[in-house]
Design a protein around this ligand. Structure first.
Ligand code: TRP
Length: 360
């Protein structure tokens, strides 16, 4: 009898091809092994069965998403967003699985856990609620593999999310950062804007960041302009154009726009960077259109569109018109540590979302 293809088989092959496309072949074995380690039981599952935990990492609930960061200096970084889940998954069991993954990561890589330890009691409560409590980003370059964690401001409910963000920033020494976020909100006192991630780089370098992500439901280009204007180094016109090309709408009524504000260690209230994430998959008929619009913004920003096409082909060989969501998000990063465009690609391990035309 033929053994079913597992998530590890499926994603391992994708990772090898992505590493090859991004010029990171020498890292492939390490990343494949690391991904399987982080996935745990979810990796051993057959792709023909629905996942045991409906992870919010990707639309098919597979707990992996790839991204390719195009940097201004012409280099590219491959990243994997991963949720560790337990054999018998649940909010608390997954949190513990994530913590065990982090221990293994810390044995393997020179992680700096000081900032994580300073905020962990805020974001990892005894009884977590919400979509997740701990996600990892594995950041692969020729020089190193780095790790970042995403914590969930809504892990104790939406009502206390902003309090957690404020306390987290204060504890990490970014006094005034929360006030800055408040003063430059997309909309004043609106429940349409919520905190979605509190992310920490776990390496100890001058480039280590704290990033606060916000989700902006039903936001439009006016809100994009306002958010970008809060960041002194951004050109609001450039950011608005980016969103307009990808979305081809005035208001994003489907999956919401997300923004993030970066604070580098050493600096204070003033943010060092700003990013806008466009969930392109809800605003295109299919992935063929998503790829063309993404190539257009990459080209405008001086990045290599052949590499994007190669990365897409590394992930799937299906006709791009036959589904949507392979290209999940596209983001624009401004300021320090580096500016660039990042493209998020779904593993589509458990399924492909039908194109919009045929879904309608
Ligand atoms: N799948 C979730 C979403 O689309 C979380 C997520 C995964 C996400 N990758 C992302 C959110 C990139 C913003 C940007 O919201």
């Amino acid at each position: 009898m033929k053994r079913a293809i597992s998530v590890n088989d499926h994603t391992g092959a994708q990772v090898r091809r992505l590493c090859a496309a991004a010029g990171l072949t020498e890292r492939a074995d390490e990343v494949v092994e690391l991904l399987a380690d982080l996935l745990g039981p979810a990796g051993q599952r057959g792709i023909d069965r629905p996942p045991a935990w409906r992870s919010d990492v990707a639309d098919d609930h597979c707990p992996v998403e790839y991204s390719l960061a195009f940097e201004e200096d012409g280099s590219t970084t491959l990243r994997l967003l991963v949720e560790s889940t337990a054999r018998r998954p649940g909010p608390r069991a997954n949190m513990n699985a994530g913590l065990r993954s982090l221990e293994r990561l810390a044995r393997r890589y020179p992680l700096s856990l000081d900032r994580f330890d300073a905020v962990r009691d805020l974001f990892l409560p005894a009884a977590p609620v919400g979509a997740f409590s701990l996600w990892f980003s594995v950041v692969v370059t020729a020089a190193a593999v780095r790790v970042k964690v995403y914590l969930n401001p809504e892990v104790s409910g939406r009502a206390v999310a902003s309090g957690l963000v404020r306390a987290g920033l204060d504890r990490l020494g970014f006094t005034g950062a929360y006030a800055h976020l408040r003063a430059h909100a997309a909309r004043q006192e609106s429940c349409l804007d919520t905190y979605s991630f509190f992310a920490l780089d776990l390496d100890d370098t001058p480039r280590s960041r704290v990033k606060v992500y916000q989700t902006h439901r039903h936001a439009g280009l006016a809100e994009v302009r306002r958010l970008a204007s809060a960041f002194p180094d951004a050109d609001p016109v450039e950011v608005v154009e980016f969103a307009a090309i990808l979305g081809e709408v005035e208001t994003f009524r489907g999956r919401p726009l997300v923004s993030s504000t970066t604070f580098l260690s050493g600096s204070q209230a003033r943010p060092d960077g700003f990013s806008l994430y466009v969930p392109i998959r809800d605003y295109v008929p299919d992935d063929a259109a998503a790829l063309e619009r993404t190539a257009c913004v990459l080209d405008k920003h001086g990045h290599d569109t052949d590499l994007l096409r190669a990365a897409v082909r590394a992930v799937t060989d299906r006709p791009l018109g036959s589904g949507t969501g392979l290209v999940a998000h596209v983001s624009l990063r401004l300021g320090r540590p580096r500016s660039g465009v990042t493209v998020y690609l779904s593993a589509e391990a458990h399924g492909v979302t039908a194109p919009r035309a045929s879904a309608a």
